[in-house]
Design a protein around this ligand. Structure first.
Ligand code: HEC
Length: 137
């Protein structure tokens, strides 16, 4: 009997960890990652690596500067030459609209000049957390 308990111990632990693993939400390409799992620190690195070729926080490049973008209307940086499509889109940037935008800008705003997609829901959540933080929100 004592031998059975010794054997059963690790088996029970293994079963519990399988249950715990399957209980965690599976990553999905479409569902927005929950904001509680977003990291502005990771977002800063993703921003540098994936947005930095076209954007910076404080200078217009190929795309408009981003500081303050969270909570702002689309197309609102005064000295950036936006497309008419984005300017008249009426979008206000928040966690939801930014998530839709980053999945596919051209689908959300046909005619926009941003042809870049961030396919990972986790990366979108992290970048959005970073933009929010850098906008003082
Ligand atoms: C290949 C260049 C390019 C890359 C890479 C890129 N963007 Fe853009 N982005 C643009 C351009 C160009 C615009 C302006 C679009 C327009 O006027 O239609 C823009 C516009 C935006 C806007 C709207 C800003 C405003 O003031 O309304 C947001 C938000 C944005 N980009 C976020 C991002 C993020 C976050 C990333 C990285 C995950 C990224 N972009 C990567 C080119 C790029």
């Amino acid at each position: 009997m004592a031998g059975f308990v010794r054997l059963a111990g690790p088996a029970v632990v293994a079963m519990l960890s399988i249950a715990a693993a399957s209980a965690s939400p599976a990553p999905s390409a479409h569902a927005p990652a929950s904001p509680s799992s977003a990291s502005a620190a990771r977002g800063a690195e993703i921003y540098e690596a994936k947005c930095g070729a076209c954007h910076s926080l404080d200078q217009n490049r190929i795309g408009p500067k981003h500081r303050g973008v969270f909570g702002r209307k689309a197309g609102a940086v005064p000295d950036f030459p936006y497309t008419a499509a984005l300017k008249k889109s009426g979008i206000v940037w928040n966690a939801k609209t930014l998530d839709t935008w980053l999945q596919s800008p051209v689908k959300m705003v046909p005619g926009t000049a941003m042809g870049f997609q961030l396919r990972s829901a986790q990366e979108r959540a992290d970048v959005i957390a970073y933009l929010k933080q850098q906008s003082g929100k």
